[in-house]
Write a protein that binds this ligand. Structure first.
Ligand SMILES: [Zn+2]
Length: 353
């Protein structure tokens, strides 16, 4: 939902396969789910029926001819580019082709030239499905070799409407939509998450709990990290269902081992890591909003400062919001979460009300 243009492009794309696709758009706009659907269509003997064994395994991520490559560090490095090139040379195991799905290709940076040759001329049975949050200049040559499918951010209003349409209480739908940052995957899980309101409150109450002491700062930081762990519960429940489905598929096929299990478990791990980081970032955004609201309450959004105290107040609030923004950006760069949150709470403590 929310991506009619991308869906139409995808359907057309799967009908006449090309050697490389590039799905790009902001985080949470549904690119990864769409990439798996595209892979399923490319691997399905009937062109993407959505119901056959091949489709079901591709959608779950357990199909042997669907290879997912993710970078391990902060960017996709040259060694990882080499692995991708080697994988591309392999023959499909059971389908007519194999699909190589590469996440975060926008982080390829220096590895981009090493990938170019394989991506522009892969072996006949290999199809690339690349996924990117944005398209930096260094990626221009790769971009030009792919069929591009672009995704838009889903506006919060559309998320609210979608949740209400699925039976959510309107007030809850609105707060979940705000905390989802326009991400349907998050919204869908958060709306059924009993601990959601409590976690929101935990973030929003940070300024009133910080008392200037280092002990309290550490206490608040560890509480927030704990809440990010709790936030994983609904995702883990969904993963348990997927594992059950995988086991059922193996049983139906009469297989003792569970094929594709490692692939699915790896995907679950990646999703959990991403989910946790996202949860912290959305929490930080809620916290920044509290400080911003305070600023607006005291001095008004556009008014000129009327006194030196007023100006100092503004500087302090602006400093707090900046510190939060920097912490949020650092989370995206794989910084140590625990150190980061400790440091942030100390900085916010040192700027008491
Ligand atoms: Zn199928």
């Amino acid at each position: 939902m929310g991506q009619p243009r991308a869906v139409a492009q995808l359907m057309a794309a799967a009908r006449c396969p090309v050697h490389a696709y590039l799905l790009h758009g902001p985080p949470g706009s549904g690119k990864r789910a769409a990439a798996r659907a595209l892979a399923a269509a490319l691997l399905c003997p009937s062109g993407g029926c959505g119901a056959c064994n091949s489709c079901r395994r591709a959608l779950l991520g357990s199909h042997p001819d669907l290879v997912t490559v993710e970078h391990s560090g902060a960017s996709l490095d040259v060694d990882e580019a080499r692995v991708i090139t080697m994988r591309a040379q392999r023959h499909p195991l059971e389908s007519a082709r194999q699909v190589l799905m590469v996440s975060d290709i926008h982080l390829a940076g220096r590895a981009a030239p090493a990938l170019l040759k394989t991506i522009e001329e892969p072996p006949a049975a290999t199809v690339f499905v690349l996924v990117a949050d944005d398209l930096p200049a260094g990626l221009a040559t790769i971009v030009s070799r792919c069929l591009q499918i672009s995704f838009d951010a889903v506006p919060p209003k559309a998320v609210t409407a979608w949740l209400i349409g699925h039976g959510a209480d309107p007030a809850l739908a609105e707060s979940v939509a705000a905390a989802s940052g326009g991400r349907l995957d998050r919204a869908r899980l958060l709306v059924n998450d009993a601990g959601f309101a409590e976690r929101q409150q935990q973030w929003r109450s940070v300024p009133s709990r910080l008392d200037g002491s280092g002990a309290m700062a550490a206490n608040v930081a560890s509480g927030l990290l704990g809440s990010a762990d709790e936030a994983l519960t609904p995702l883990r429940e969904q993963h348990a269902l997927e594992k059950a489905e995988l086991a059922e598929q193996a049983e139906t096929a009469g297989s003792k081992a569970i094929p594709g299990r490692k692939q699915v478990e790896d995907r679950h791990k990646r999703e959990e890591r991403r989910w946790r980081t996202d949860d912290l970032r959305f929490g930080l955004a809620a916290l920044a909003e509290v400080y911003r609201d305070r600023l607006v309450d005291t001095v008004g959004p556009d008014a000129e400062p009327t006194s030196p105290g007023d100006a100092a107040e503004r500087r302090r609030a602006a400093g707090q919001v900046d510190a939060i923004r920097e912490a949020s950006a650092a989370l995206g760069r794989n910084a140590n979460e625990s150190l980061l949150m400790d440091a942030l709470m100390v900085v916010l403590s040192e700027m008491p009300d």
